[in-house]
Design a protein around this ligand. Sequence first.
Ligand SMILES: Cc1cc2nc3c(=O)[nH]c(=O)nc-3n(C[C@H](O)[C@H](O)[C@H](O)COP(=O)(O)O)c2cc1C
Length: 264
Amino acid sequence: MAMSAKIVEAVNPDLVDINFGCPVKKVVTKGAGAAVLKDVDAMVRLTDAVARSTSLPVTVKTRLGWDENSKNIEEVAERLQDIGIKALAIHGRTRAQLYKGEADWTLIGKVKNNPRIHIPIFGNGDIDSPEKALEYKNRYDVDGIMIGRAAIGYPWIFNEIKNFIQTGEHLDPPTIEQRVEVIRQHLHHSVDWKGLLPGINEMRRHYTNYLKGLPNIKEYRLKLVTVKSVEEIDEVLNEIIRVYSGYRFERRKIDMEAMAYSCG
Ligand SMILES: Cc1cc2nc3c(=O)[nH]c(=O)nc-3n(C[C@H](O)[C@H](O)[C@H](O)COP(=O)(O)O)c2cc1C
């Protein structure tokens, strides 16, 4: 990990964030991701090795603990702060919970309110609306909130939350033109990053979220996931704009449990 930190310095990042959060089996069985929560000494050693190998700020993202009987985030936070991490992001579940049940923010709040803790603490888990973001920010006093699933196919969530916190008002949901513009950008980046066909395929899982709320969208979504070239996708997107231009979207309601997740 120390070597990795040195390698990533080449692209001049602002910081190195260590991911001790991933709960998936193939990752934790290798002792990686959230498995490190079972061995805090190892977690400290790994983090220290990274911090010593780079002059970049080092931050950590992790969970409350391994399982219900071993929620050790309070100890983890103090020990990681002591070796110099610059911020800590906490997902309010244990590894055993995966993404099920409700995230428990009370322990996140306890870490934040520990008088020994002075680094920024970011809370994460189940934030799906501007109201909830504001409520949790106020109730748990965190320095920041991280958003996962609610941003998939809906990057507007960040501005919506910022605006609601600043003004107490809701922004209008994005128009169909704005959504299609972002789909095009996303497709372009996806193809750039993964290559033509894998890029087109990877995009298929995202159309539903971007276009959620449109009546009778199924037929167009089906076209989007069956055509095989960027030009054909562009055609379908033009058609969607023609058909739905002026449609007034309702404010979004998300089924968080139904959102896909994965890491590692
Ligand atoms: C597609 C996807 C990939 C993720 N990958 C990672 C990851 O690599 N490392 C990590 O710590 N968490 C990862 N997560 C978990 C999120 O960072 C977050 O902790 C989790 O989704 C709970 O927050 P949410 O309720 O806002 O989604 C991922 C989540 C999603 C949806």
